[in-house]
Design a binder for this molecule. Structure first.
Ligand code: PMP
Length: 440
């Protein structure tokens, strides 16, 4: 079946078995082989697969109405999901705009920021500073802000080329600074960049609070976050958190921003927000920003499927399930367990050079030398090989060959937030078998 011809050009050169069904943290292919979904797909399936309560809610909505255009009707699923989202996010974030995915969320955040600046008579502000490495999406606007050259390069003349600063890659730093001083050092790079660009031209700063696909669960020192907020305030630059991957409980709080007590001006959500039950995303912002834009007649263009009742009923059921089952608390607790297990691997596998993360967004990285943190040679194709070795053994992990500004193999482990300690052990047994095969 795997060899059946495919007309889909995104996967024809990477044939995988056909997916049959999902159940909790497990996926099954058509041959009946079971896989632990160790990365929740691409950090999506936060409440696990085939959750009966969510399925029942979606089916109930299907029986009533699958679509009603948002300019023609209000719908309870969209109103209720917006209310629930506001209730779960920090105070000050109380307006919601629905989209169908992460790239759309990032683009919408940028457009809201721009329209807000216009209402403030600040039309000169159009630059958005982002970080490298980073990942913000595949549409041209979001890609313009993505700090990952191999993805951007083919399209470069089509994009503006926005300014960027390095994301803190503190595990690569060879200075003698304290963690706190190092966090501040990286934050000051934003201040320097705003001044260099001209503060009156800078609209916003866009960051993933914990690096995702591009950096592998990279967390900055605590001091970084507060200082970034201060710098944005100093220059009236809007702070946009891309929580497409980190949001919806993944890191052990509903928003990762809550770990540092930060209220961003705009937050982009997707992935775990629909948790694989619907293509769904949102931007959440304060009325302070949104109301002047609406008063000025702005933000009228939305996406056709935005806020459709089917997707919103799925999203609502996902958040209810998350709350009722205490899944965010479980993510914090199981995140600690998983991190401890991963750190334990460092004694057994000298090529694991770093283990990091927040909640159930965790990563480990391969190096050829722990002292210098030199990556493994690209010719080893380590990231692809380990993924295949794990896949053969029934464990799905997610990898990329990037790290703080240079190439290196990192692997994300981000199972559904419903995972138990026994299931973490099951996952680690498979991972060790794959690592042993890699080392052999
Ligand atoms: N931002 C971040 C932080 C992401 O991780 C992703 C997806 N990997 C996106 C944006 C884009 O989301 P989507 O693929 O749903 O467009």
């Amino acid at each position: 079946m795997t060899d059946a011809p495919s007309y889909l050009f995104y996967q024809s050169r990477n044939p995988r078995p056909f997916l049959d069904r999902g159940e909790g943290i497990y996926l099954f292919d058509e041959a009946g082989k079971r896989y632990i979904d160790g990365s929740s797909g691409a950090m999506v399936s936060n409440i696990g697969h085939s959750n009966p309560r969510v399925l029942a809610k979606i089916k109930a909505q299907m029986d009533k109405a699958t679509f009603g255009y948002r300019l023609h009707f209000r719908t309870h699923p969209s109103e209720d999901l917006a209310a629930k989202t506001v209730a779960m996010t920090p105070e000050g974030l109380d307006r919601v705009f629905f989209v169908s995915g992460g790239s759309e969320a990032v683009e919408s955040a940028l457009k809201l920021a721009r329209q807000y600046a216009l209402t403030q008579g600040q039309g000169s502000r159009s630059k958005v500073i982002s970080r490298f490495p980073s990942y913000h999406g595949c549409t041209l606007g979001a890609l313009d802000l993505t700090g990952y050259d191999p993805l951007r390069a083919p399209f470069d003349p089509m994009m503006k080329g926005m300014p960027s600063i390095p994301a803190p890659a503190t595990y690569l730093d060879r200075d003698n600074l304290s963690e706190e001083a190092r966090g501040l050092k990286y934050a000051e790079m934003l201040r320097d960049k705003i001044i260099e660009e001209g503060p009156e031209t800078v609209l916003a700063f866009l960051m993933e609070p914990v690096g995702g696909a591009s950096t592998g669960a990279l967390v900055a020192p605590d001091s970084y976050y507060g200082r970034i907020r201060e710098i944005c305030d100093e220059f009236s630059v809007l702070l946009i958190y891309d929580e497409v991957m980190t949001g919806a409980g993944r890191t052990g709080k509903f928003l990762a921003a809550e770990h540092w007590g930060i209220t961003p001006d705009i937050v982009a959500l997707s992935k775990g927000f629909g948790a694989g039950y619907a293509p769904l995303g949102a931007i959440v912002a304060g009325a302070r920003l949104v109301e002047p834009v609406l008063d000025a007649g702005g933000f009228l263009h939305g996406f056709t499927y935005a806020g459709n009742p089917l997707a919103c009923s799925a999203g609502l059921a996902v958040l209810e399930e998350m709350e009722d089952q205490g899944l965010i608390e479980n993510a914090a607790k199981m995140g600690e367990v998983l991190m401890a297990r991963l750190r334990g691997l460092m004694a057994r596998y000298p090529f694991i050079g770093d283990v990091r993360g927040k909640g159930l967004l965790t990563a480990f990285e391969f190096v050829s030398d722990r002292e210098t943190m030199e990556p493994l040679p690209p010719s080893l194709e380590a990231h692809a090989r380990l993924v295949e070795l794990a896949y053969e053994r029934g464990l799905i992990i997610y990898s990329r060959r990037t790290r703080g500004g240079t190439a290196g193999d990192h692997f994300l482990l981000a199972p559904p937030l419903i995972i138990t300690e026994a299931q973490i052990d099951e996952m680690m047994t498979l991972l060790c078998a794959a690592l042993d095969a890699f080392a052999a």
